[in-house]
Design a protein around this ligand. Structure first.
Ligand code: ASP
Ligand code: MG
Length: 416
């Protein structure tokens, strides 16, 4: 079994959905599990809808209508309005979504978020499946929530690997040559939907591949493969054709957005290769990630903008010791603030985090109780894997370096 993952951009309109079928037709001999994300920017729209529901915004209905129109127009383009049974199903699914946002919220924001936002994947797989069924008679649809069991960590469900593997091995015989299922979703023991964290569909592909001992995973993207830098920030980027799991893990950990960071570990654990390929040019091989040694041919750059550098020192002029670090980490963990890089010195501890208008004031206030806190907003974090002086000079020209963390292969710099 091969696992293919198609993200939001690869199903953003009717032609994109046709292209998915075209790619699948290049693999007539394979059994393929197709993991699909919500179409285009639907997840963002559903996030907003959840806020509208909680905030009792008047335009809630208008927002839902936009989401519905977007999907119906793709469906009409694909089916010309003839597949009547399918359109009835689609209406029903939207009616269910409408119920979700009726009345008053009955659970926490995060729990309700998962129940609403998950419709993006349910609807997209319904449409993609209906189209694939026309092209490949035996294409099936599967509700991934029958397979992936998580705990009740809403918006970041933790996977119960054993139970999930068990359910998949008993469910697999019921799948077809081509089976379409949702990325990003799981469900709890009480049958509530959970989501696995934004951009989590790559991770879903890895979970399913691990559980069914898949032959490989392919992520079909709008880039030719893994590049040494994000073309958004760099004019000249180079495609890397082979990567080790280790390098790929490091790159995604530091923030290369091409692969979701949680994806690689399960694949590495079972030696399942991961291919990153272009859905616009499926004749190209893209990037292959495996255990095979593959020295990285060039330095890789990862940029994160909109960062905040916080420096924390005890109010009583004492040193930063284990006890302080424990308190500080505990606070960050409780507030769900992820540290992108950090450095310790005798009297202060510095961390770099993503700017978050909601969390930052609370975090600073909480730190203020015991510490003197200085912070610098609007800074950038650049990470270079396999750096040398020339590459450092290249990215720091004209910038002031506020913090530098170096290890043998990786350098991280916070700059202004
Ligand atoms: N649709 C979800 C998101 O946009 C999951 C994904 O795309 O991987 O976060
Ligand atoms: Mg997406």
């Amino acid at each position: 079994m091969k696992v293919f993952k198609f993200g939001g951009a690869s199903v953003k309109d009717a032609n994109a959905v046709r292209n998915v079928a075209r790619i699948l037709s290049l693999f007539p001999e394979d059994r393929i599990l197709v993991v699909v994300s919500a179409m285009g920017k639907t997840t963002n729209a559903l996030e907003k809808l959840t806020e509208a529901f909680f905030g009792k915004w008047e335009k809630k209905g208008e927002m839902l209508k936009e989401i519905r129109d977007f999907h119906f127009s793709i469906a009409r383009d694909l089916f010309g309005g003839e597949e009547t049974l399918f359109f009835t199903e689609l209406h029903n699914t939207f009616a269910e979504l409408e119920w979700e946002i009726e009345g008053e919220p009955e659970h926490s924001f995060d729990q309700v978020y998962d129940q609403i936002v998950s419709f993006g994947e349910v609807i997209s797989t319904r449409i993609v499946h209906a189209y694939l069924r026309q092209q490949f008679k035996d294409a099936m649809w599967w509700d991934v929530r029958d397979w992936i069991r998580t705990d009740e960590t809403w918006r970041e469900g933790k996977v119960d690997w054993e139970l999930t593997a068990e359910r998949i091995s008993s469910g697999l015989s019921g799948t077809g040559r081509i089976t379409v299922t949702q990325g990003f979703l799981g469900s709890t023991a009480e049958n509530f939907t959970t989501t696995l964290g934004r951009e989590g569909s790559d991770y879903t592909a890895a979970i399913l591949a691990w559980c069914m001992d898949a032959e490989s995973v392919t992520i079909w993207k709008d880039v030719p493969g893994v590049l040494n830098a994000d073309p958004k920030w760099f004019d000249h980027t180079v495609l890397i054709d082979r990567l080790t799991y280790q390098d790929a893990i490091e790159l995604s950990y530091y923030g290369a957005t091409v692969i979701h960071p949680k994806t690689l570990k399960p694949l590495q654990n079972k030696g399942i290769p991961l291919y990153v390929r272009s859905f616009m040019d499926p004749s190209q091989p893209g990037t292959a990630i495996s255990a095979e040694p593959a020295p990285l041919p060039i330095p890789c750059f990862i940029f994160k903008v909109n960062q905040v550098l916080i420096s924390i020192s005890p109010k009583d002029f004492s040193f930063i010791v284990e006890e302080n670090l424990r308190d500080i980490f505990d606070l960050f963990s409780r507030m769900g603030v992820h540290i992108n890089t950090m450095q310790n010195s005798a009297i202060s501890f510095s961390v770099c985090i993503q700017a978050d208008a909601r969390k930052l004031p609370d975090l600073i206030q909480a730190l203020h109780r015991k510490y003197r806190v200085l912070y610098n907003e609007n800074v950038e974090l650049v990470t270079i894997r396999y750096y040398n002086q020339e590459t450092i000079d290249r990215v720091t020209v004209g910038k002031q370096i506020l913090l530098e963390v170096k290890s043998r292969y990786t350098v991280q710099m916070v700059m202004k």
